[in-house]
Design a protein around this ligand. Structure first.
Ligand code: GLV
Ligand code: MN
Ligand code: MN
Length: 433
């Protein structure tokens, strides 16, 4: 680490290197890049614990080491990079996010938070600024949940909501175990997974929605994350010949799956569950042949709601619908099985940290609004153990995300990470734990 006599009492002068930040985002996005046929763009597929994820992780570790950080990896594969502070014995301030991606990602989701925190460290090093508290960058494992079925996995185990055993025993669609895959890619670390609470946690992330774009603002202060419910529903029917089987004798798993898709949409449209969002993102039928009535269907239901009571009502009513579905079929014999994948309650962020972010942004001349996050984030897990809040950065194209069209401008990324830097400098100077 570059050492100098400067201290963080001059944060007003800290600028970050936006070009270097952008170059890092683009270089990481080359790992797992693929030609996306739907958009004609280059997308990113760097799902957790794949060879691509391992390559991205190795690059990150190299960059952290080159920046003088002390790197450690925990039992969940989460990577930490620590920059020492001037005062002994004070808890660090942590900033981070994730570098795993969905299968159809862009360059920014998660990566902006991790590489942005790295850019803050690189800028501090160049200026020879030594903060009072240590600064730790975290890149949490399997935030997306697309491969092993539970999102925010690394941070949830680190914060104690889920156990290591639960995580290790999750399997992907091919039946590969999380614990085995972690070992295979060489990132099963020794650091005990339960985190000692840092002094504070701040995550910068793209908004992944249209609000900031419509408000014509580069930066938002995040007030919390809405409730998330994921379940896998397996429908068991009876296979039969498509041409010869009378309709009233069929137990059609595909039909029942379609009824579930329509039901969740009706629930949204009813207005009875507040601002419910419902998505069936995965449906498969078996045997998957044009001339055979499906004997089995598998689908996922993703529900989101900013209000826990509305979410509970939606889950209860969906469960009642599923219970009654076999009775409503033309013939008896339909079976329905549900499996919980992920569930988190609405999480409010710490108001003091929100105020610090807003003040840092105001000092830098940015107007901000406060908004709730529609997507899940590692910050919602960290909020259970330490004062936490997030900085949102405006996205383009209605804030589309989980898609190769995802895009935030270099200027907006620089703005977000400059706000992150100044927030971290405020927090690292605080004395009391
Ligand atoms: C995380 O990306 C989520 O699906 O909310
Ligand atoms: Mn993310
Ligand atoms: Mn995501």
């Amino acid at each position: 680490m570059a050492q100098g006599t400067a201290t963080a009492s001059e944060p007003a002068h800290l600028t970050i290197n936006g070009e270097r930040l952008w170059a890092a985002l683009m270089e990481l996005a080359r790992i797992g890049a693929y030609d996306d046929p739907a958009t004609g763009l280059a997308g990113v597929n760097r799902q957790s614990l794949t060879g691509e994820d391992a390559e991205g992780r190795r690059l990150l570790v190299r960059w952290m080491e080159e920046a003088g950080l002390q790197v450690s990896v925990d039992e969940m594969g989460t990577i930490f990079g620590r920059r020492e502070g001037a005062a002994a014995g004070l808890a660090p301030v942590m900033a981070g996010s994730h570098v795993d991606s969905v299968g159809t990602a862009g360059a920014f989701d998660g990566c902006l938070g991790v590489l942005g925190a790295l850019e803050v460290v690189r800028s501090l090093n160049e200026r020879g600024i030594v903060t009072r508290r240590p600064l730790v960058i975290a890149a949490f494992t399997e935030e997306e949940g697309v491969r092993f079925g539970t999102d925010m996995l690394g941070s949830a185990v680190a914060a104690g909501r889920l156990t290591l055993e639960y995580a290790y025993d999750l399997v992907d669609a091919a039946g590969l175990r999380f614990g085995d895959e972690l070992e295979r890619i060489g990132f099963k670390g020794e650091r005990p997974v339960r985190l000692d609470p840092p002094h504070a946690y701040v995550e910068c992330h793209i908004e992944q929605g249209p609000v900031l774009l419509h408000e014509d603002l580069a930066i938002g202060v995040v007030t919390g994350v809405q409730a998330i419910s994921w379940q896998r529903i397996t429908v068991q029917g009876r296979a039969a010949h498509a041409g010869t089987t009378p309709t009233d004798l069929r137990v059609d798993a595909g039909l029942a799956a379609a009824q579930i898709v329509l039901k969740v949409r009706e629930m949204v449209d009813s207005g009875r569950y507040g601002r419910l969002r419902a998505t069936v993102g995965l449906i498969t039928t078996s045997p998957g042949l044009p001339s055979v009535v499906p004997d089995r269907a598998e689908l996922t239901v993703d529900l989101r709601n900013p209000d826990d009571a509305h979410m509970a009502a939606a889950e209860r009513d969906l469960a009642a619908f599923l219970d009654a579905l076999p009775e409503s079929q033309p013939a008896p014999g339909l079976g329905i099985d549900t499996q919980r994948m992920a569930k988190t309650h609405q999480v409010p962020f710490d108001e003091r940290i929100q105020d610090e972010i807003a003040a840092a942004a105001a000092d830098l001349g940015f107007d901000t609004i406060r908004l709730m996050s529609g997507a899940g984030h590692d910050a919602q897990e960290m909020a259970a153990i330490t004062p936490t809040a997030m900085v949102f950065v405006r996205g383009q194209y209605d804030g589309i995300s989980h898609n190769p069209r995802e895009y935030s401008t270099p200027e907006d990324c620089t703005a977000g990470i400059t706000v992150l830097a100044h927030t971290l400098l405020r927090l690292t100077e605080e004395e009391d734990d």
